[in-house]
Design a protein around this ligand. Structure first.
Ligand SMILES: *[C@@H]1O[C@H](CO)[C@@H](O)[C@H](O)[C@H]1NC(C)=O
Ligand SMILES: *[C@@H]1O[C@H](CO)[C@@H](O)[C@H](O)[C@H]1NC(C)=O
Ligand SMILES: *[C@@H]1O[C@H](CO)[C@@H](O)[C@H](O)[C@H]1NC(C)=O
Ligand SMILES: *[C@@H]1O[C@H](CO)[C@@H](O)[C@H](O)[C@H]1NC(C)=O
Ligand SMILES: *[C@@H]1O[C@H](CO)[C@@H](O)[C@H](O)[C@H]1NC(C)=O
Length: 233
């Protein structure tokens, strides 16, 4: 009793100091990570977009920074099978001030605005050759020129009909799948019920037979042993 009491006393104190150290570590780590990721570049929820041949498509990109921006440099690249083609570039002097943008592609328009941290571009009259990876890149000198980028994939499709047929295929297969699933569930349920009922029956039998066995095997002890002994004797 005395031993456990003595062991118990210092243990909470150790845990407390350990907890404090851990919490401090975690907080400083979080702060470090948070500050290191001061600038964030994002294409939003989408990582790819489908565009119809000949249509005009918006390539979205936004940035966010917890420590503010100054002379934020950004550009858009098209990854043409490994070689990076610059589509446009610009510099945002400070928050809310519209950038001066240089566009190097005849079908690209800059449509972003510093007021909403938006550096999106439009790609006009999409062709099949435009399919591929688009990289939105940004660098904030305020953060030791760390590089940030978001990658985005463009798929070019022929006609809207194609999309419709794939949609109907998806709907049909989903509906079919759901019906199939319901049937499977019903069959499984029926089988399980059947087995459970049978098992219950079996269990009853088992219980009866095992209790019978127990009686014979454990016949050594108790009155039954005596009962057995008496006829022998
Ligand atoms: C893509 O669209 C252009 C015009 O927008 C058309 O000339 C071209 O034939 C189309 N390509 C295909 C494969 O449909
Ligand atoms: C892309 O590059 C690979 C080799 O890196 C080459 O085999 C392929 O033909 C290229 N594709 C196009 C469309 O240029
Ligand atoms: C897109 O195509 C249309 C007609 O094909 C043309 O009038 C327009 O100038 C093109 N836009 C760009 C930005 O190339
Ligand atoms: C960015 O700007 C474009 C053009 O004004 C707009 O269509 C798009 O919705 C904006 N994106 C965000 C995330 O605000
Ligand atoms: C950022 O990218 C540029 C090229 O755009 C490169 O020269 C530079 O070394 C990169 N910096 C870091 C920290 O990766």
């Amino acid at each position: 009793m005395r031993r456990t009491g003595r062991e118990r006393a210092p243990l909470p104190r150790c845990l407390q100091t350990g907890d404090v150290i851990h919490a401090t570590l975690v907080i400083s780590l979080l702060l470090g990570v948070w500050c290191a990721q001061g600038l964030e570049v994002s294409t939003g929820k989408v990582s790819f977009v489908e565009a119809m041949n000949g249509s005009t498509v918006l390539l979205p990109c936004t940035y966010a920074s917890c420590i503010g921006i100054k002379n934020l440099y950004f550009n858009w690249h098209y990854n043409d099978n490994g070689t990076m083609n610059r589509l446009c570039e610009g510099m945002i002097p400070s928050e809310g001030i519209e950038p001066r943008v240089y566009v190097y592609h005849e079908r690209v328009d800059f449509v972003g605005s510093s007021k909403i941290n938006n550096i999106s571009i439009l790609l006009w009259n999409v062709t099949y050759e435009d399919e591929g990876e688009y990289v939105c890149f940004a660098r904030n000198p305020k953060e030791k020129n760390r590089n940030h980028s978001a990658i985005y994939r463009l798929y070019v499709v022929g006609e809207l009909k194609e999309v419709d047929t794939t949609l109907t295929t998806i709907i049909v297969s989903v509906v079919g799948g759901v019906i199939g699933l319901i049937i499977v569930v019903m069959v499984v349920k029926a089988l399980v019920l059947n087995f459970v009922l049978k098992d219950q029956d079996k269990n009853k039998e088992c219980l009866v037979s095992s209790s019978g066995n127990d009686n014979t095997e454990n016949g050594l002890s108790g009155a039954k042993g005596d009962d057995k002994a008496t006829p022998k004797a």
